[in-house]
Design a protein around this ligand. Structure first.
Ligand code: DGY
Length: 324
């Protein structure tokens, strides 16, 4: 008998076919986040759960106790802050995620945010389209900041951080500072990246880019004090998770001119509340958590998550476990 699996999201035909070859598959087809009452009902007899941070609620004790046969939870994302690792460990449930396949795609987006905030691309696109481009002489109103040859501070030098450093060093001739739990000798050798304490990075960087996973240690890593340390001309980029910063502190730093601007892929609340002051600021560029959102990369992540799930359910080691 094939193991039962619930996918808390709609999946492509290709992934559906692959999963169905190995599992008895049921799926949430309505779009959006699966309601808890549906999820709890569906997982009561499954061995595998296919999900992501935005597809279903937290994978915690309350959920796991409703899924007594569960062996594996496979996340379609590299971040797995939706997992309570201790709860999974206690119940011998394997958690998996999808690293590697999205590194370059997320790095592209991070760079897009750097460029669009520094050169005011979104704001000036609106300016042109609103018919405000009436004179070619008063163009100092359109001045932005250079990106090339400036200093990029990367907080969280993991695989994606390194992909960003590569672009910055070789594409834009930037100096790289980084702060990380541990030193990265290879990044230092390849990209001439210089390790420094967080305070030093914040005070020296022209662009501060947050790329750290969300953990209890990184929760609100950037707060009032940290934004104060940044240069007034500096731009803050967040491609990690909304909760790694104190969003109110960021709003105040922008409102009071403590920093110049921000490029944000992630927010405290997602989807963001339309009344959030960040949405009214011309120096802030916002995108709806699309770090990995290209068709090719999303397909690769979806298949990798399916392979992780099937590996465990067919008695093999998962490809990408979140804990050992
Ligand atoms: C992930 O996969 O965790 C990222 O948020 C992609 O954008």
């Amino acid at each position: 008998m094939k193991p039962k699996v619930y996918a808390a999201m709609t999946i492509s035909k290709e992934v559906e076919n692959f999963l169905s070859e190995h599992c008895e598959l049921r799926m949430w087809r309505e779009g959006g986040r699966v309601p808890d009452e549906v999820l709890f009902e569906e997982i009561s007899n499954v061995e595998g759960l296919y999900t992501s941070g935005s597809a279903s609620s937290q994978i915690d004790e309350a959920l796991l106790e409703r899924a007594p046969h569960l062996k594996v939870v496979s996340n379609v994302s590299v971040g797995y802050n939706n997992f309570d690792i201790e709860a999974l460990r206690k119940r011998n449930v394997i958690g998996t995620h999808t690293p590697h396949v999205l590194n370059e795609t997320v790095a592209d987006l991070a760079f897009g945010l750097i460029l669009s905030t520094a050169r005011r691309i979104v704001e000036l696109d609106r300016f042109v389209k609103d018919g405000k481009w009436l004179s070619t002489t008063e163009y100092s109103d359109t001045f932005g900041q250079d990106v090339h040859k400036r200093t990029l501070g990367i907080i969280g030098m993991g695989r994606i951080g390194e992909a960003i450093a590569k672009r910055a060093r070789f594409g834009f001739d930037m100096d790289i500072l980084y702060h990380n739990r541990s030193r990265k000798p290879e990044a230092e050798a390849h990209y001439d990246a210089q390790y420094c304490e967080l305070d030093v990075l914040l005070s020296k960087a022209d662009f501060v880019l947050l790329m750290t996973p969300l953990t209890p240690q990184t929760y609100q890593l950037m707060g009032k004090e940290q934004f104060k340390l940044m240069k007034k001309s500096a731009i803050f980029i967040n491609v990690s998770r909304g909760q790694t910063i104190d969003e109110q502190a960021l709003i105040e730093a922008l409102e009071t001119g403590e920093i110049y601007g921000a490029g944000l892929d992630v927010f405290e609340q997602e989807p963001i509340d339309p009344s959030n002051p960040l949405l009214q600021m011309s120096t802030v560029v916002t995108v709806p958590h699309i770090g990995s959102a290209t068709a090719k990369t999303e397909a690769a992540m979806a298949m990798r998550a399916a392979e992780n799930l099937v590996a465990v359910l067919t008695g093999k080691d998962p490809l990408d476990p979140v804990y050992k």
